[in-house]
Ligand binder design. Structure first.
Ligand code: ADP
Length: 259
């Protein structure tokens, strides 16, 4: 608590009492801690690829350049780590933009089916590498009022995860179901699942169940935080249902019209 006290003086000059203001700063402290953790996480996430890039470049300069096989191998690592750094910076900038109070969606009538198909086209080769299929299923009309670019980003992030966290030969389905006032978007996978403790935290920035696995799959740890904020901006309800070893379903319920 922040404590603030002031004497209450009567006209006569006599002390009549004391006003005490107790200010609950628990919430403020929590926010401050979240901010500190975030800065520490960002620093760590940026440092890791930079250290690796610097190390491999130094080894090349110190003589490894003369060996063509090593040169190629190291240059590829440098490229991969730079690519990772670029993705991380892009996601960080985007997240900070989305979180800003002045952030606005460009609303229009959009077909979620079209958006799902576009996302699938972009991710098809990734899925094919793992012998996976991605299907889109529509029941009723999937037309809502939303920001097409941002909706595509939501679907891409969810489907990228579904592919990354599902073993080879698995299946990913995007279902669009029209209800009376809402359109439901389900991204269903037959993957590794998420246990109930982790499920509560996956929407936090940089929270990962398995850091190494996420890193190998090219994730930045920000995908679901971005999805959560974009869902909120669309007044959509976001839910996750999962069974370990069986699969996960992320569901978004969009109002047909933004009020
Ligand atoms: P990342 O870049 O690590 O994938 P995200 O914010 O997209 O970051 O997801 C956070 C974490 O949630 C992931 O690291 C993973 O552990 C877990 N996760 C997300 N989607 C799925 C899924 N479909 N199946 C299993 N785990 C998932």
């Amino acid at each position: 608590y922040d404590v603030y006290g002031a004497p209450v003086i009567a006209k006569s000059g006599r002390l009549r009492g004391i006003t005490i203001v107790l200010h609950d700063i628990t919430e403020q402290k929590k926010l401050e801690q979240v901010r500190k953790d975030f800065v520490a996480n960002v620093s760590h996430e940026l440092k890791t690829p930079v250290t690796s890039i610097k190390g491999f470049a130094e080894t090349l300069i110190d003589g490894a350049l003369s060996d063509p096989v090593t040169s190629k191998q190291f240059t590829e690592i440098i490229w991969k780590e730079s690519d990772r750094l670029q993705m991380l910076i892009a996601d960080l900038l985007d997240l900070s933009k989305i979180e800003h109070a002045q952030f606005q969606l460009h609303l229009e009538q959009v077909s979620l089916k079209e958006i799902a198909n576009e996302a699938v086209a972009l991710l098809a080769s990734k899925a094919k590498d793992k012998e996976m299929s991605i299907n889109v299923y529509e029941e009723g009309s999937s037309i809502i009022q939303g920001d097409s670019q941002r909706l595509k980003q939501i679907v891409i992030n969810l489907v990228t995860n579904a592919v990354a966290y599902t073993p080879a030969n698995g299946q990913v389905t995007i279902s669009l179901i029209e209800k009376q006032n809402e359109v439901e978007l389900h991204v269903v996978d037959t993957g590794i699942g998420i246990n109930s403790t982790d499920k509560l935290r996956i929407f936090e920035r940089f929270y990962r169940v398995d850091r190494a696995r996420s890193r190998n799959s090219g994730g930045t740890g920000l995908g679901l935080a971005i999805v959560k904020h974009l869902a909120e901006a669309h007044h959509a309800k976001l839910q996750v249902v999962s069974a370990e070893g069986e699969g996960t379903t992320f569901t978004l319920r969009f109002p047909k019209k933004q009020s």
